[in-house]
Design a protein around this ligand. Structure first.
Ligand code: FMN
Length: 203
């Protein structure tokens, strides 16, 4: 089995999503001894933003720039890793109501028509295996509960879930720590609850 683990927080050792994603991976290793883990710290080593030059190469233009070539190879590897993974764990902080730009740069590389999705007569179809499991470790400063005015600003784990569903993943779990900016007590309680949910994750 293979597990793909991504982190994207810019807050290093202070990051809550990193703490949670690492606990999730430890739990999955316990549940699946011997599972192969591939890890990317996207904040430390992000892909370039998808550009016209990338798209031109996809359309068959000659590749003359070595750094662009290296970046395209990195994006191709992202796609292969995602296709091969049985379990995907994504550490996803909320920044400005959405995901970090480094994580979006990864998404822009793995959402590739003909590889991870396609459009047909019946509309879009995700091409990733439905046996794949995705666990999102979401962290955010405020609370965006359904039915509250703040819910309209939540483009964070709902966006990630929507995007990954579009690519075909149906088994999606969100472990969420929120209200982290409210108080020290609220932060500790939310992290504790998230850790309990992680401890209860089943195979
Ligand atoms: C640049 C930046 C932007 C943020 N934007 C939001 C936001 O829009 N909404 C929110 O609820 N919290 C926001 N926060 C708070 C983070 O969501 C919170 O610190 C969370 O712990 C981030 O996850 P991390 O600790 O893994 O980085 C922001 C934090 C940073 C550093």
């Amino acid at each position: 089995m293979k597990l793909l683990h991504l982190d994207s927080s810019i807050l290093g050792a202070h990051s809550v999503s990193r703490q949670l994603s690492s606990e999730i991976v430890a739990r999955e290793i316990t549940l699946h001894p011997g599972i192969e883990v591939i890890y990317h710290d996207l904040a430390a080593d992000a892909a370039l933003h998808l550009s016209g030059a990338h798209m031109a190469v996809r359309q068959g233009a000659a590749l003359e720039d070595t750094s662009l070539g290296n970046d395209i190879a990195k994006g191709d590897a992202y796609v292969e890793e995602l296709i091969a993974a049985d379990i995907v764990v994504i550490g996803a902080p909320m920044y400005n109501f959405s995901i970090p730009t480094q994580l979006k740069a990864w998404i822009d590389r793995v959402a590739v028509a003909g590889k991870t999705f396609r459009y047909g007569a019946d509309g879009p179809e995700g091409l990733l295996s439905q046996s794949k499991k995705l666990i999102i470790a979401a962290a955010r400063g405020s609370v965006y509960a359904a039915g509250t005015p703040a819910a309209a600003y939540e483009h964070h784990d709902s966006y990630l879930k929507g995007l990954m569903s579009f690519l075909g993943i149906t088994d999606i779990t969100v472990i969420r720590a929120e209200g982290l900016a409210f108080s020290t007590e609220a932060k500790e309680a939310s992290i504790k609850q998230a850790l309990n949910e992680i401890a209860a994750l089943a195979a």
